[in-house]
Design a protein around this ligand. Sequence first.
Ligand SMILES: Cc1ncc(COP(=O)(O)O)c(C=O)c1O
Ligand SMILES: Nc1c(O)cccc1C(=O)C[C@H](N)C(=O)O
Length: 452
Amino acid sequence: MSSELALEAAKLDEADELAGLRDRFVLDDAVYLDGNSLGALPAAVPGRVDDVVRRQWGSLRIRSWDESGWWTAPERIGDRIAPLVGAAPGQIVVGDSTSVNIFKAVVAAVRMADEDAREAGDAIGHGRDGEGAGERPVRDEILVDATTFPTDGYIAESAARMTGRTLRPVTPAEVPDALGPRTAAVLLNHVDYRTGRLHDLPSLTAAIHEAGAYAVWDLCHSAGALPVGLDEHGVDLAVGCTYKYLNGGPGSPAYLYVRRDLQPRFDSPLPGWNSHTDPFGMRPSFEPAGGALRGRVGTPDILSMLALEAALDVWDGRGAGSESGAGSGSEAGTGNGAGVGAKAGAEAGVTVEAVRAKSLALTDFFLRCVAEYVPEGRVECLTPVAHAERGSQVALRCDDAGDVMKRLIQQGVVGDFRHPDVLRFGFTPLYVGFADVERAARVLAETLRSAG
Ligand SMILES: Cc1ncc(COP(=O)(O)O)c(C=O)c1O
Ligand SMILES: Nc1c(O)cccc1C(=O)C[C@H](N)C(=O)O
């Protein structure tokens, strides 16, 4: 039976139109299923970073802020991310961490709710002693995903405290019932970091709007893995990291989306000189820049940001590693077709829809292999089987998960362990193939047998 699945994997890899993209990454013999934590290194990145350091910084020095496009990098790279999350240009800025962008977005959302209340003649509760002081605001609650990645909860709690709101943790399924005239803003994850569950962004956003509140989405585990449709679904504000499915590198800057019509109302709690309309005017009072630039704060982290920019070339059919000289274990630029419906060769781009189709095929196949190989009852799948509810990872629960993951990694199958008992396997369609999936499930089954 095992060889049947291996044969099937070989056939699926042969038919896979994204298979050639693997050559654009630096990989080894391991099966890398941890791209939902840190994406693999795109082959074009080392060469680009070398150029940024030696030529742009080393030779051009200060001139690079203009001549190398450093100053405009946050919005330029934001526009590169935009199509991957369904946003028109001019609505995304790159910079800071996801945590910091969550803070900007949640506070800005509450301030918009306050502005609405003010216009409606309702009490908003801003006393003389600062934000949140005095009379209780009408919209006095922030809802947060109770199952969220911890940082989102910590930041939301602080934002609530600062704005005089009560933070109410609820599961995404409970959100529709929890919404009401008291809700100012809601912070949700598109895909749950532990279980890989995909939440219904369109219907939850609509329900939040119906209640007159603002929706803030954390896209860390969906951007680059599946279509998000920010503009289409009228999302207000969104944030995400770039080091997972966008492969920007460790600590690569995050991004902030502010829907175009909300931009004039986006009142950042972190106004810095980079979000000033005239940064070099060195004026004592703050006057916000127009557009998404309002989401900027201070000097952009250029080295990380330009590494991310090079990493994004993979999506445009560039980034075959020709600049880098960093071997990916295969010849640079020999990708055999880079996307469904795209022209063949290294020039072809890849669509997020093609990535999603492969992601579902990979996770379906993994679930089948696990069902086939792993002794019944040894693991419990936490990830929904329904495609509409599945991100690009599979989470399996077992009591000895920490030990099992250590042994898997020793055998070249790299996933991760999440406290207390979860084995996480992330599938990045740009570089994971079906033979990888079969091998991972086979090694997992062997490990579980010997450990159990
Ligand atoms: C859903 C989610 N939000 C936020 C973060 C944290 O982001 P950062 O460390 O960039 O602030 C992560 C992962 O680290 C995450 O998975
Ligand atoms: N950001 C990370 C880091 O700096 C170190 C280790 C892991 C991470 C992660 O991204 C964890 C990830 N967000 C998760 O889903 O668990």
